[in-house]
Design a protein around this ligand. Structure first.
Ligand code: B4P
Length: 188
């Protein structure tokens, strides 16, 4: 099964992505984690992405697509993928669809995690205390939420129009959110 997990920063994509991929036996591909690994490894791509991520803007589409699409195709040819944090814009979604259709790797479902704004900020600032991620601070969070509203939120209508969207109330415990997602995924 191939699943896309989208939602604003702090909505629980990383948390649910790991759980669902384990439970479903599919590969967890998180574009944020892939980018942070490139930054840590000091690659050319990592150097290009580092400042962009620290400001809360989106890394350019060509960079993300080159990083993620080969992994998407390989995972789809195996047991499937849980893609967390991608696509981040309608342009990324269109490009990904073109490539996925050629390789029979299109998503079976899209899950959108909904959480009120004040709870998103609370979660991210709580993580700032424990993990110290470069983009988890008050100023960058405000920009990440603005970028989400402008670039990523239009994906909700895009996928609703394609009949793939499941909207989940993610302002609940991690276990409740996981259960709700499992309940809406197509049965295999
Ligand atoms: P990401 O790593 O995807 O960061 P994120 O949106 O903040 O989500 P994350 O998965 O970390 O947080 P989550 O909601 O799980 O991206 C970072 C940056 O990389 C972007 O700003 C961008 O620059 C770049 N990037 C990534 N993908 C890109 C793309 N496709 N195109 C361009 N650029 C891209 O969790 C947040 C916190 O909430 C956690 O501490 C968690 O413990 C907590 N939490 C989760 N569920 C909870 C619950 N039910 N109750 C209470 N707390 C919960």
């Amino acid at each position: 099964m191939n699943v896309l997990l989208i939602g604003p920063p702090g909505s629980g994509k990383g948390t649910q992505g790991k759980r669902l991929a384990d439970l479903l036996g599919i590969e967890h591909l998180a574009t944020g984690d892939l980018l942070r690994a490139e930054v840590d490894a000091g690659t050319d791509l990592g150097r290009e992405a580092e400042a962009i991520m620290a400001s809360g803007e989106l890394v350019p589409d060509d960079v993300i697509l080159a990083l993620v699409m080969p992994k998407v195709r390989a995972a789809s040819a195996a047991n499937g993928y849980l893609l967390d944090g991608f696509p981040r814009s309608v342009e990324q979604a269109r490009e990904a669809r073109r490539s996925a259709e050629e390789h029979d790797a299109t998503p079976d479902a899209v899950v959108y995690l909904e959480v009120p704004r004040d709870e998103l900020k609370r979660r991210i600032l709580a993580r700032a205390e424990s993990e110290g991620r470069a983009d988890d601070n008050e100023e960058t969070v405000t920009n990440r939420l603005r970028v989400f509203d402008e670039a990523t939120a239009p994906l909700v209508d895009y996928y609703r129009g394609r009949g793939l969207l499941h909207e989940i109330d993610a302002d609940r415990s991690e276990d409740e959110v996981t259960e709700s997602i499992l309940a809406v995924l197509p049965k295999r």
